[in-house]
Write a protein that binds this ligand. Structure first.
Ligand code: PMP
Length: 422
């Protein structure tokens, strides 16, 4: 069955034919069946260079042999045990050693769960109700995160979802990333009611926006002065630029951190962790409830251990070199008349059309989404699979070869020459 036929079936089962809205694009998404290294294969056996990489977990590329081996061996023992296992300790130890701010942690099944529990914990710990998040910041799809959010909520024009009670939205205030003044004003107004500030240290769900000099340090300072907690959502950035989190690169220590994606080796995972005294407020030792049937799942843990043990041996500077080569090739070959910006940090990148280099959410949303999707479709024809949306992030993995990156960059520039005329 081809993608069109499969879509007509899936549309009868799932809203929009998909199980996550960011997978949908007009007129119907290509159905995939296999991934190998840097390549993804559709149901018609066409292969693509994959820059979406399952929205981020696959920094080693698809189906890394060590991860597959570990998963095979784990399922020989069990699928899920619903009891503590040594695998959880092994993965926990790796993370605790690599990310010093995470003194204690809890595994969850997704980044959404991780931020939901971290926010409840921040409220439970401080006894305050208000959460400050950044406009365009994405922390998953629970009520407290879906206020002026990013990712698919920008693409599909629902910055705040319907169905969120006003009582909830009144407890979330929104500041501007890279704009200390906007944060200061909020603290002046709500001061002692702010339980926590949550931010992605690098905005990755409104394209890629890097922190301007000392913005993260400023957040550390203002939260400490006001006895609020600082939460870094490192679901994307954890273990992406080195065997550590971005907080260690920035030199800013948050109180709590959330992670996901890479640490599960391609299996569903999330994590929240941080200061011992805060984490000890979690049940069963503390009064803040959190649970999950599949949390710390035996097979997921095995995949995560294998992926991180592999990553520990990898030379992240080679990934940076490849990514920078890709960015330069792209910039050198862009059609002259095209207004564009390649926003990149390490192996995360996005190509913004119609705008210059964005440093804020307000600038990002002026990008030409329609043109981006025309480019996306033409690239599919040429065998390049980008994340399907102007406000998503693309990823380069250790499995991408330099040749493949060069060919892809040239295909992108050729495509833009055509879409420019469209
Ligand atoms: N936080 C960030 C920064 C994310 O990018 C995402 C997902 N892209 C999430 C949280 C939610 O994670 P999940 O999709 O695993 O629920």
């Amino acid at each position: 069955m081809n993608s069109k036929e499969l879509f007509s079936q899936s549309s009868r089962l799932f809203p929009g034919g998909v199980n996550s809205p960011v997978r949908y694009y007009d007129p119907y998404p290509v159905f995939m069946k296999k991934g190998e290294g840097s390549r993804i294969y559709d149901v018609d056996d066409k292969s693509y260079t994959d820059f979406c990489l399952a929205f981020g977990p696959l920094i080693l590329g698809h189906s890394h042999s060590e991860v597959i081996k570990a998963v095979r061996s784990a399922v020989e023992n069990a699928t899920s045990l619903g009891a503590p296992t040594e695998n959880e300790i092994k993965l926990g130890n790796i993370i605790q050693t690599a990310v010093p701010s995470v003194e204690k942690m809890r595994f969850t099944n997704s980044g959404t769960e991780a931020t939901m529990h971290a926010l409840r914990l921040a409220r439970g710990f401080t006894g305050r109700n208000i959460i400050l998040k950044m406009e365009g910041g994405f922390h998953g799809s629970h009520d407290y995160a879906l206020i002026k959010s990013g990712s698919g909520t920008l693409t599909f024009g629902v910055p705040s979802s319907r169905g969120i009670p006003e009582e909830v939205s009144r407890t979330v205030v929104v500041g501007q990333y890279n704009n200390p003044q906007s944060i200061e004003e909020i603290f002046k107004k709500y001061g002692k009611d702010i339980a926590a500030v949550i931010t992605e240290p690098i905005m990755g769900n409104a394209g890629v926006i890097k922190p301007e000099k000392d913005f993260l340090g400023f957040l550390r300072d203002i939260t400490s002065r006001n006895d609020s907690l600082l939460i870094f959502d490192e679901v994307i950035t954890g273990f992406r630029f080195g065997f550590r989190c971005f907080q260690d690169i920035a030199g800013v220590k948050p109180d709590l951190t959330t992670m996901g994606k890479i640490i599960g080796g391609g299996f569903p995972i999330g994590l929240f962790g941080g200061r011992d005294d805060i984490m000890d407020k979690i049940s069963p030792v503390g009064p803040v409830y959190e649970s999950g049937t599949f949390s710390g799942n035996y097979v997921t843990m095995a995949a995560g251990i294998a992926a991180l043990n592999q990553l520990r041996k990898m030379d992240y500077s080679s990934l940076e070199a490849k990514s920078s080569f890709f960015e330069n090739t792209l910039a050198e070959n862009m059609p002259e008349k095209e207004k564009f910006a390649v926003s990149r940090f390490g192996s995360m990148f996005q190509i913004f059309l119609g705008i210059d280099h964005p440093v804020s959410y307000e600038e990002v949303i002026k990008a030409d989404s329609g043109k981006f999707m025309r480019m996306f479709h033409k690239l599919l024809e040429r065998g390049v699979y980008l994340a399907p949306g102007q406000f998503e992030t693309n990823f380069i993995s250790f499995a991408h070869s330099k040749e493949e990156l060069e060919t892809s960059a040239l295909k992108i520039s050729e495509t833009l020459k055509e879409t420019g005329k469209a």
